[in-house]
Design a protein around this ligand. Structure first.
Ligand SMILES: [Zn+2]
Ligand SMILES: [Zn+2]
Length: 253
C-alpha cells in the first residue's frame, strides 16, 4: 500500500502526537505534509525557520541585509578545514530544547524526525550531499556507555536512509576530549587537537574523495574542523557538514 494512504488510514485510528509537546495533531498545515505528522503547527513554526538564509561556510543564519562578503559575521576571519555547512536552524528556543532531548536514548524518534526535516527542508538538492560517505561525529567509548546513545549516529543514519548515501562509522574519538561546553574558543581548539582517528582497522579501503560529517550542534566549529583536517591529511578532498543546529554567541552556552 502507498505509504501516504497508509499514513492517512492510521491517522484516522490513531491521531498522531507532536514529538515535542505531545499534543494530538488533528490538522495538517505547513508546507511539507510529510513532516507535519511529527510536529503540531505551533512547534513546527517554532522549529523550522522558513525561508532560511544560512551561511554556506559556517551554517549561521545571515542577518546582514546585503553584504558584499562571502562570509558572514560569524565566520569572517575563520579558516575552517571543512568546505560547507548545512543546518536546520539556530541553537535557540524550542530547537535548543529539542537538542537536549535527542541526547537521551528514549528520544531517538525525535532525533529521526529532526534529521528528516533537515533532509527535506535544507539538504535535498544541496551540493553538501555530493559526497560518497556520511559519517557521524563519534563519542568516546566511556561517554557512549554513560549516555547509551550517540544522537549524531541516529541523525547520520536517517540522512543516509533518505539520501541513499552510504553510512560509515569511520572515526574513533580518544577519551577526555568531550567536555567542550565550558571552554573558550581557543581552549576548544586545543582540546580536540589530535582527538580523532580514522578507523583503518574497520574501513580498510582507501578513504573516499568526499565525506559529509554529521553532528547535532555546531558551535565554534572546532570539532568538525579537527575532523576535516584529519580527513584531508589522509586524502579526503571535500568535507561537508550537516547539523541540526548552529550555536553562535549567547546561545552557545
Ligand atoms: Zn507540538
Ligand atoms: Zn558564516
Amino acid at each position: 500500500m502507498n505509504s501516504i494512504i497508509l499514513d492517512s488510514l492510521l491517522r484516522l485510528v490513531f491521531p498522531p502526537r507532536c514529538y515535542v509537546c505531545n499534543k494530538e495533531i488533528n490538522e495538517l498545515p505547513g508546507e511539507d505534509r510529510l513532516l507535519n505528522r511529527y510536529f503540531c503547527p505551533e512547534c513546527w513554526q517554532a522549529l523550522i525557520i522558513n525561508p532560511w538564509k544560512g551561511c554556506p561556510f559556517c551554517g549561521a543564519y545571515r542577518t546582514e541585509g546585503r553584504s558584499s562578503s562571502r562570509y558572514c559575521v560569524h565566520c569572517r576571519g575563520e579558516k575552517f578545514a571543512f568546505d560547507q555547512v548545512v543546518t536546520l536552524g539556530m541553537f535557540d528556543g524550542l530547537l535548543k530544547d529539542a537538542i537536549y532531548l535527542i541526547k537521551k536514548p528514549e528520544c531517538q524518534s525525535l532525533a529521526r524526525a529532526l534529521a528528516e526535516s533537515l533532509y527535506r527542508m535544507r539538504l535535498k538538492g544541496s551540493s553538501a550531499l555530493d559526497v560518497e560517505w556520511i559519517t557521524p561525529v563519534p563519542m568516546n567509548k566511556y561517554r557512549f556507555q554513560e549516555r547509551g546513545v550517540n544522537d549524531a549516529e541516529t541523525i547520520a543514519k536517517t540522512l543516509s536512509d533518505f539520501s541513499g548515501i552510504k553510512y560509515v562509522n569511520a572515526l574513533k574519538r580518544h577519551a577526555a576530549t568531550e567536555l567542550q561546553r565550558k571552554l573558550t574558543p581557543r581552549q576548544r581548539r586545543d582540546n580536540v587537537r589530535g582527538a580523532f582517528e580514522w578507523r583503518w582497522w574497520v574501513e580498510t579501503d582507501k578513504p573516499p574523495k568526499s565525506v559529509m560529517i554529521v553532528d547535532d550542534v555546531l558551535t565554534t566549529g572546532a570539532t568538525c574542523n579537527e575532523i576535516a583536517k584529519m580527513m584531508k591529511s589522509i586524502g579526503v578532498e571535500r568535507v561537508t557538514v550537516a547539523v541540526i543546529a548552529r550555536a553562535v554567541g549567547d546561545s552557545a552556552a
